[in-house]
Design a protein around this ligand. Structure first.
Ligand SMILES: Cc1cc2nc3c(=O)[nH]c(=O)nc-3n(C[C@H](O)[C@H](O)[C@H](O)COP(=O)(O)OP(=O)(O)OC[C@H]3O[C@@H](n4cnc5c(N)ncnc54)[C@H](O)[C@@H]3O)c2cc1C
Length: 224
């Protein structure tokens, strides 16, 4: 892929547009499709997963929204240095959002790294879709993000609490939730999944979950 544009949506969120001939015929497997960036560092490629935020087949382009966290890492270093003309290899992957046809109410929970995926899911829903509750935990109140579609999103600032805390708090009386999609920091996602199953009796087969990143032992998590 070759970078064609770099735009800072927020001080800590960078949209990178990439082009490759393969994107002309590319058909997404699902709304939250991710792909592997083979990031060069220390003389070898490091695989890091990112979400296809937008796909424009006519231009053979995709957009990726990269959280610029401050704990180092090959992907963030690459994103900070990316300029039009920068080249990088990629690996195709797949999608995981898969509500059963009869699921009724859906609960979508994401942190800032899973926000591009949640946004793509919400925008893929037919107009007027009812029964979808979407909650996003963001580092603080200064984060804003455009999401199209008909679903109202609950924004919950983390404000220094451990990642996933606000998502867990949002799981109160999920009631008749028939499907949950939960993505974000690994420990937080695990806690939410446990609560949905043990606390609220949701069938584990009706939960799609993925730890998108993991707090390191010595890491803080303030991404203000
Ligand atoms: C399916 C999938 C889709 C994803 N989509 C996106 C996406 O669209 N946009 C996006 O920004 N991320 C996305 N991620 C998360 C991203 O892959 C991770 O954040 C990744 O670890 C970043 O790699 P790195 O090389 O910067 O850091 P790493 O080398 O993996 O880690 C270095 C250090 O940074 C810390 N760290 C890593 N990520 C974060 C973070 N977000 N906040 C705070 N500390 C962190 C780690 O704990 C570690 O200490 C996705 C992950 C998955 C599995």
């Amino acid at each position: 892929m070759t970078v064609t544009a770099v735009v800072d949506l927020l001080p800590r969120l960078r949209r990178i547009t990439l082009t490759a001939e393969e994107f002309r015929a590319f058909v997404r497997a699902g709304a939250d499709e991710c792909f592997g960036l083979l990031v060069p560092a220390d003389g070898r490629p490091h695989l890091r997963w990112y979400t296809v935020r937008e796909h424009r087949p006519g231009l053979a382009e995709i957009d990726v929204d990269v959280v610029l966290h401050d704990h180092g890492g090959p992907a963030v270093r690459w994103a900070l240095a990316a300029r039009p003309g920068t080249r990088i290899d990629f690996r195709r992957s797949g999608a995981s959002y898969a509500p059963p046809p009869d699921c009724g109410t859906q609960l979508l929970l994401a942190d800032e790294t899973a926000l591009p995926a949640l946004a793509a899911i919400v925008e893929s829903l037919p107009p007027g879709t009812a029964g979808v509750r979407a909650v996003v935990e963001l580092p603080n109140t200064s984060w804003t993000y455009d999401v199209g579609g008909d679903v109202e999103i609950e924004w919950r600032p983390r404000d220094g609490t451990a990642p996933g805390t606000r998502l867990l708090e949002a799981v109160v009386e999920p009631g008749r939730v028939g499907y949950a999609w939960v993505c974000g920091e690994a420990a937080g996602v695990k806690a939410v999944r446990r609560d949905l199953i043990r606390g609220w009796g949701l069938d584990r087969r009706r939960i799609t979950f993925s730890g998108y990143w993991r707090v390191g032992r010595e890491d803080g998590y303030d991404q203000g």
